[in-house]
Every structure is written in structure tokens, then in C-alpha cells.
Design a protein around this ligand. Structure first.
Ligand SMILES: *Cc1c(COP(=O)(O)O)cnc(C)c1O
Length: 241
């Protein structure tokens, strides 16, 4: 069942309150954490409902679905930002760079090269986050600090002038063990701090971490952007597509 606009509005209000509270609890500045609405598996009408409540930033993980949905959204409004948060195949990059303002799931140098190539073709610069593997189960992201450093070095050496490094993204393990989740986010933050030191020429201030089940811990551990789907739009119906 798709949520009504009223339910989406209520959920967004509750989330903004919880985010404020978590900011306060951890001594963070008010409004230092952005809320990204992850609309994957939810229809165009849910996106519009959120937009009508003032939501600007959206996340999608599958390119074809994102293109179809946001072409419809564009007929109503262009006032949105779309981030790609799912693992990205090379042959989808061409479409991804056309519709997205940021690709958060950069996990290999070949992907950077393809993003550069496709952006150069349409004369567009695009923000990227480097995904770092910090949790046990998830397979995505750069697996080692060396590999992550290699990707930043690739950019620093001028190989991808249309790519603007903005920071990092990670997913914590799906577990009730709060200390494991916290350790995952802390590893991301510490690794990001190291990269900021190694590459002062880039503004690597973005730390995209935290989902419906763990965003408060992520904020306590330094997240600047939480990616939330279920707590806004409801459960995803994977059988529908
Ligand atoms: C689906 C997804 C989310 C949102 O997950 P919820 O638990 O529904 O909030 C966040 N980040 C990524 C990378 C996702 O794929």
C-alpha cells in the first residue's frame, strides 16, 4: 500500500524531530544533518507527495526505475536533487549522470573513468561520494583504505575533471548489535578524516550514513546525511516489480 501525502508529511515531521534530537544529543549543530528521502520501489506519486511537503533531496538505487520515475516528476517540478545510492553498472552510467546530481556509490576506479567519460560528453560536472565497505554483510564499496586512497589519488592526479569528490558513503551491517553498527560508522568517520588529511585540495565533508533503522547512531557518529526510505514511505513491496 502506498502512503498518502498526509502520512508522508507526518513521517517527515517525526524524522526531522528525531534528527534534531540526535544532533542535540551528540553536540552537533542544528541542521548539520540532511535528510535524503529514498524513494526506491515507491511510485512517482509518493515522490510528489514528499515534494509537496518541502522535501528536495531524493535517493534511488536502480537507474531504470529512477529515470522512469523522475521523468514523470519533471513534468511537475524541477526543484529536486537526485542521488544514486545503489551499485552502478558501467552501461548504466550514461543514464545515471543525466538524471542525478550526485553518485554516492562510487566503488571502483573503472566507474570513475566511465563517469568522467559520460560527463565530458554532455559537458556536466557531477558530485560523487566514495562508498567504503565497513559492515560485515554488505559487499559493496571499496574494501580497503588503500583502494579508497587509490580512487582519490586518481581524481587528485587530474584524471576525472568532471568529477567533484564530496565525501563518503557507507552502510552499517544489518544487526541488532548496536556496538557493531556504531563501530561501522566510526570506521567510516575515521577513514574519512584520514582522506581529508591526505587530500586537502578536495572538500570531503559529506558523510552519508544512516538508514531508517540506525540513523540516530549514525548522527552520533558524525553523519551529515541520512538516507531514509521505509520510515518515510513505508515498507517496500519487492514483489511488485
Ligand atoms: C534502500 C536504501 C536505503 C534506505 O533504507 P531504509 O531502511 O528503507 O531507510 C538507504 N541506503 C541505501 C544504500 C539503500 O539502498
Amino acid at each position: 500500500m502506498d502512503y498518502s501525502k498526509e502520512m508522508i508529511k507526518e513521517n517527515l515531521l517525526i524524522l526531522h524531530e528525531k534528527i534534531s534530537l540526535a544532533e542535540k544529543k551528540s553536540g552537533r549543530k542544528p541542521e548539520s544533518v540532511k535528510l535524503q528521502a529514498v524513494s526506491k520501489f515507491h511510485p512517482f506519486t509518493s515522490v510528489l507527495g514528499a515534494m509537496e511537503c518541502g522535501q528536495i533531496l531524493f535517493g534511488e538505487n536502480r537507474i531504470q526505475e529512477a529515470v522512469q520515475k523522475f521523468i514523470q516528476v519533471q513534468t511537475v517540478s524541477n526543484r529536486y536533487e537526485l542521488h544514486i545510492i545503489g551499485s552502478l553498472q558501467r552501461n548504466k552510467v550514461k543514464h545515471a549522470v543525466k538524471i542525478a546530481t550526485c553518485i554516492e556509490s562510487v566503488d571502483r576506479i573503472e566507474l570513475l573513468a566511465e563517469i568522467e567519460k559520460q560527463c565530458a560528453e554532455i559537458n556536466k560536472s557531477i558530485a560523487v561520494l566514495f562508498e567504503f565497505h565497513t559492515g560485515e554483510e554488505s559487499k559493496s564499496g571499496f574494501g580497503t583504505i588503500e583502494a579508497l586512497d587509490g580512487a582519490l589519488r586518481y581524481c587528485a592526479e587530474g584524471n576525472a575533471p568532471h568529477v567533484i569528490p564530496k565525501g563518503f558513503m557507507t552502510m552499517a551491517p544489518f544487526t541488532d548489535d548496536e556496538s557493531a553498527v556504531r563501530a561501522s560508522f566510526a570506521l567510516m568517520r575515521n577513514t574519512a578524516d584520514l582522506m581529508k588529511k591526505n587530500y586537502p585540495q578536495f572538500d570531503l565533508s559529506e558523510l552519508s550514513m544512516g538508514m531508517s533503522g540506525d540513523f540516530e547512531i549514525a548522527i552520533e557518529e558524525g553523519s551529515t546525511q541520512v538516507r531514509i526510505g521505509t520510515a518515510i514511505f513505508g515498507e517496500r513491496d519487492y514483489s511488485a516489480k
